[in-house]
Design a protein around this ligand. Structure first.
Ligand code: ZN
Length: 244
């Protein structure tokens, strides 16, 4: 893999500790307002195919959450990590597919934890284009970067490294789900993003999914975030409460 391709697909290693990473960047001004119109869905054939796939497989609250994660993540990246050079397309693919393993059908289809199964599904759907549109297949390296980010999106570590695209996916999902890192995104950005992609009671919807997975699979990776503590944190999301 050439260094350029590595970078464009997100294979740059960064600290996996969000705390270490965020304290290493010291922006001189508060987070700016970044409207949804400034972070459009990438206009590529691959993005269009995967966006359609996500829309037809995800319940609306999960699809909206995925798109909020896309816009919040890009807002955080432009404010805090402008040197991260991966493409919007790679991040978009990771966002729209990151919860694909959490649908009712997919939770029941496997004994694997939902992020692991979702990563495997993403690896497959990204590279397997329909015969009528072979140009919509993702390169193997890009599909692997997306799968890696999805598999690790709830793997909040204090030590070691993670890909840049995986770290951004973690930061933005935790932000939308728990309200952490509230000073990383301007309040008007939250208003604009939730206007375009309403939460439709996302906090209780996601907390119910956590309980459902933990019941079906008491060994699931989600339990490492705290079997009761994590869903309680999701339900206690004060930052997003006014938008529920
Ligand atoms: Zn999510």
């Amino acid at each position: 893999m050439s260094p350029d391709t590595q970078t464009l697909f997100g294979f740059t290693s960064v600290a996996s500790s969000a705390q270490v990473l965020l304290s290493s960047v010291k922006p001189s001004s508060p987070a700016p307002f970044i409207p949804v119109s400034a972070t459009p869905v990438p206009n590529t054939v691959l993005s269009h195919r995967i966006n359609e796939y996500a829309q037809s497989h995800l319940p609306v609250p999960t699809y909206n959450h995925s798109l909020r994660v896309y816009h919040y993540g890009l807002a955080m990246k432009s404010y805090l990590f402008p040197a991260w050079a991966f493409t919007d397309e790679t991040y978009f693919l990771a966002c729209v597919l990151h919860d694909i393993g959490s649908t009712d059908e997919n939770l029941k289809a496997t004994k694997l934890s939902f992020e692991f199964y979702g990563g495997l599904l993403a690896l497959d759907v990204l590279q397997r284009a329909p015969a009528s549109a072979p140009e919509t297949a993702a390169p193997k390296d890009q599909a692997e970067s997306v799968a890696e980010a999805i598999i690790r999106h709830q793997d909040l570590c204090e030590n070691g490294k993670i890909t840049a695209v995986g770290q951004l996916l973690q930061l933005a999902t935790i932000f939308d789900n728990t309200g952490a890192y509230s000073d990383c995104v301007h309040h008007s950005t939250i208003e604009d993003v939730t206007k375009h992609f309403p939460r439709i009671k996302w906090s209780s919807c996601f907390a119910a999914t956590i309980h459902k997975e933990n019941e079906l699979k008491p060994w699931s990776h989600t339990t490492t975030l705290g079997e009761n503590a994590f869903p309680e944190k999701v339900l206690g999301n004060k930052l997003m409460e006014p938008f529920e």
